[in-house]
Design a protein around this ligand. Structure first.
Ligand code: FVH
Length: 304
């Protein structure tokens, strides 16, 4: 297989499978940059605006895949990807399939295996962006999988936004994507719990959100970096202060929520983990040491 075929021109042809919000934005970005674009979608009517902008319609996944060496897939989920690539069948042979559908590392490895079985090369990707931001510096993309295929199409893929390649394990991009998205949700559920409390106290939630956004921008980047380094090194200096000083505040944070009838599940977990670290003799260390208890079954769930 020649992963470099069709990459000698700056605007090689591209096939896009899937024209939901993100797939349409992908196809539009490539069209705007002058690539010949062939599209397929289960529901044909969604192709209308793209066909009006110069894209070509393929009647089947196989016909679409046959039209370009580079095939970009963006569907709802991995089962939809497996279904559509199975429909494309032998047409996948000799093609580079770049799958920008969200999924787990295991699903990426599995899809890479089926593409390889059909004689294609596979690059997995994750998009951290709104469809409207695709093609701008506000988009962030992660890629992994076939190094040769990524290298051959890197310039084209970078047209979608700043991109990082995470190695030849097809699951690598998903590890990054799932961690970024997961950390976001963990933070945001804590924030929503806090808005409940702010609201219950009769304070202005939107004004609080403005101030918290400033706090995040000002203070949290350095805390996040320090925690990453502490966890890597297994050394937990007093970050937000020593645990022995942080822990008494936890009692107040839990009680404040309880007194207002607000869910204490998250804060009680933090208190329980801190207390367990202190009980194990780490009261002079920082919050980062709680990492040692996560996922090990050692934390005491009594306070949850
Ligand atoms: N939109 C976003 O903001 C996020 C940003 C972060 C990453 N995601 C991921 O991108 C994938 C696609 O998301 P989307 O926004 O394009 O999703 P939809 O607009 O709902 O379009 C879904 C497309 O998938 C097609 N589809 C669904 N099931 C099947 C199937 N069994 N066989 C064939 N196609 C299928 C659907 O077709 P249709 O309903 O139009 O016929 C759409 O083309 C996703 O992984 C996000 O997590 C986007």
């Amino acid at each position: 297989m020649d992963a470099t075929s069709d990459t000698t021109t700056p605007t090689p042809p591209i096939t896009v499978l899937g024209l939901g919000a993100m797939g349409s934005a992908i196809a539009r970005t490539f069209l705007d940059r002058g690539h010949p674009v062939t599209v397929w979608n289960r529901t044909e009517s969604k192709a209308g605006p793209l066909l009006g902008a110069g894209a070509a319609w393929a009647r089947t996944p196989a016909e679409a895949v046959g039209a370009s060496s580079l095939v970009v897939v963006c569907l709802l989920d991995p089962p939809a990807v497996d279904e559509v690539l199975a429909d494309a069948g032998e047409a996948v042979s000799g093609k580079v399939v770049v799958n920008l559908t969200s999924g787990s590392p295991a699903q990426a490895r599995s899809t890479a295996g089926s593409v390889a079985q059909r004689g294609g090369e596979y690059v997995d990707g994750g998009i951290m962006a709104d469809p409207a931001d695709l093609g701008s510096d506000r988009a962030r993309l992660s890629f992994s999988g076939s190094r040769a295929a990524f290298d051959a199409h890197e310039a084209t893929l970078r047209e979608l936004g700043p991109s990082v390649y995470y190695g030849d394990d097809p699951g690598g991009a998903s590890v990054e994507f799932m961690a970024q998205v997961g950390a976001g949700y963990e933070l945001l559920i804590g924030f929503l719990h806090t808005l409940r409390l702010v609201d219950a106290e009769g304070a202005d939630v939107a004004a609080f959100a403005e101030r918290f956004a400033d706090s995040l921008a000002d203070g949290y980047p350095q805390v996040v970096r320090a925690l990453g380094k502490a966890v890597r090194d297994g050394d937990y200096p007093p970050d937000l202060g020593p645990l022995s000083v942080q822990a008494p505040l936890m009692e107040d944070l839990v009680e404040h929520r309880r007194s207002l009838g607000i869910d204490t599940i998250r804060m009680a977990e933090v208190r329980s983990l801190m207390n367990a670290r202190i009980a194990a003799g780490h009261g002079d260390e920082g919050f980062g040491g709680v990492f040692e208890l996560l996922g090990t079954g050692q934390e005491s769930p009594g306070d949850r």
